[in-house]
Design a protein around this ligand. Structure first.
Ligand code: BGC
Length: 500
């Protein structure tokens, strides 16, 4: 009997699976209760950069002072979500999603960064948005910092000043007190790797500080402790009453070993640990990955430093940060290949983080391209990455907090590009759930609407809804991908018909 059932279901699976180019699209349904949503960030969508008492943040400053670093664009108005949030909530309702990830602009609620002076209009804006979402049973997943540090704090050293740990705790307290009765899912920081590597390393992102190999590690260090302290604050003063969860959003590529040689497999593991593990290890296990500590300490010594360029946690700090992710997250867009190389030369005056990793990381030319040089479409990488996270961190609950497709923003008929991207990535994630036993419970598509895309300005877009940035009204138009995503959200199925 059992064999017959097995044979019939295998047959059904084979018959109903759909082929998309080389890919077989998974035709099972997403598990009951799986959370589908979309994601966004304050600076990228709100506009109203100096309205109603908002203070300046590092992106306001960077786009105003260094237009050339930001494709001559600003987020001064962008998609104007500050004024159009009600329309955006209607779009979310129309999509049928059960969650919306957005960020609070620190300088909109605390204009000078410190908690001694708040901005009632900013608070009202987020209160209204949260109430609007809850009216339609859309759960808010709120990011506290998505790259827009108030300049008042940057002027004091920003993430390079260890006082930021306490500034952030004060900000977190303000948010828990003000919004915590309605917000049950908190993200402290978005993509700390980018905040630190690009904000205080390559200098590509605000505050545009260049110091690869030194300041990016200091930034990461302060940020991790700030996260840990905010988490402990929640434990101590808010969790019992508010019953929410707190985590950090970490991003990573999958790093495919260049071959199955031991050296390449190790290069892949090392790249994952230096990328995802840089932040995930401390908040899950209380310290940096051993390989990071050892390699950076060794190279620092050879470079002539007296101590490692990677700061170390005190025992007390380890206790604070250990076990501070109530669930794990990952933002995934693309993948790379990692190849073993001979130990890179020591360059005492120019230490670099990528030399610390000690691997050649690249994307093969024959991987499918988008318009962005670093972004190739690699759906199978998503499955491997979540499986790696699951294996490495003890089978935690995982939510995909961002995933989306770059184009130039003019394409409304994006079913075969963005729609297909979503289908193939989601199919691989579904494979991870069913075949790799990964405890994946949610997926946030980036992004609801077109927006300001950081250093690319408006030259690339990822929205499910097109925004006409030349119209006063910032008119939203559904792209074909939004119709496909609505279908997925409402049926939990990627193809025409699914088997259970
Ligand atoms: C960031 C988003 C960004 C997206 C698309 C992520 O790294 O968190 O803010 O818009 O990538 O490139």
């Amino acid at each position: 009997m059992k064999t017959t059932i097995l044979l019939v279901s295998t047959f059904l699976l084979l018959v109903q699976a759909r082929y998309e180019d080389d890919y077989v699209v998974n035709n099972r349904t997403f598990p009951k209760g799986f959370k589908f949503g979309t994601a966004s960030a304050a600076y990228q969508i709100e506009g109203a950069w100096n309205e109603d008492g908002k203070g300046e943040n590092v992106w306001d400053r960077s786009t105003h002072l260094y237009p050339e670093k930001n494709s001559n664009a600003t987020g001064d108005v962008t998609s104007d979500a500050y004024h159009k949030w009600e329309e955006d909530v209607e779009l979310l309702k129309g999509l049928g999603v059960s969650a919306y990830r957005f960020s609070i602009a620190w300088s909109r609620v605390l204009p000078k960064g410190f908690a001694n002076e708040s901005n009632p209009a900013g608070v009202t804006y987020y209160k209204n948005l949260i109430a609007g979402l809850k009216k339609y049973n859309i759960e808010p997943l709120v990011t506290m910092h998505h790259w827009d540090l108030p300049t008042a704090l940057e002027d004091l050293g920003g993430f390079l000043n260890s006082d930021i740990q306490e500034w952030f705790v004060d900000y977190a307290r303000f948010l828990f007190e003000t919004f915590g009765d309605d917000v049950k899912e908190w993200v402290t920081f978005n993509e700390p790797k980018q905040t630190c590597d690009q904000g205080y390393g390559s200098g590509v992102l605000a505050p545009n500080i260049v110091s690869l190999g030194i300041k990016n590690y200091i930034c990461g260090h302060n940020l991790i402790i700030a996260h840990g302290k905010a988490y402990r604050l929640y434990d101590k003063e808010f969790r019992a009453k508010q019953q929410g969860r707190v985590t950090m959003v970490v991003d990573s590529n999958w790093f495919e070993p260049a071959s199955n040689s031991t050296e390449d497999v190790e290069a892949s593991e090392r790249s994952l640990l230096f990328t995802y593990g840089w932040f995930a290890h401390p908040i899950v296990y209380g310290d940096y990955p051993e390989i990071m500590k050892v390699r950076i300490a060794n190279r620092s010594k050879l470079e002539g430093f007296n101590s490692s360029r990677l700061p170390s946690f005190t025992d007390e700090e380890k206790q604070i940060i250990n076990g501070t992710a109530d669930f794990m997250t990952v933002n995934i867009y693309t993948s790379s290949v990692a190849q073993a190389i001979p130990e890179p030369d020591i360059t005492p005056l120019d230490p670099k983080r990528d030399l610390d990793i000690g691997a050649h990381i690249y994307q093969p030319d024959d991987w499918e391209k988008t318009i962005t040089d670093w972004f190739k479409v690699v759906p199978w990488g998503a499955r491997k990455l979540v499986k790696w996270i699951s294996d490495t961190y003890g089978h935690p609950e995982i939510i995909i907090t961002e995933n989306g497709y770059h184009d130039n923003g003019t394409v409304i008929n994006d079913l075969n590009t963005r729609g297909r991207y979503y289908k193939l990535y989601l199919s691989n994630l579904l494979d991870a759930i069913y075949y790799d036993n990964v405890n994946l419970t949610g997926y946030m598509a980036w992004s609801l609407t077109d927006d300001f895309e950081w250093q690319y300005g408006y030259n690339i877009q990822l929205g499910l809804y097109h925004v006409d940035f030349s119209s006063l009204n910032r008119t939203r138009t559904p792209k074909e991908s939004s119709t496909y995503y609505r279908k997925v959200v409402t049926t939990s199925c990627l193809v025409d018909t699914c088997v259970e």
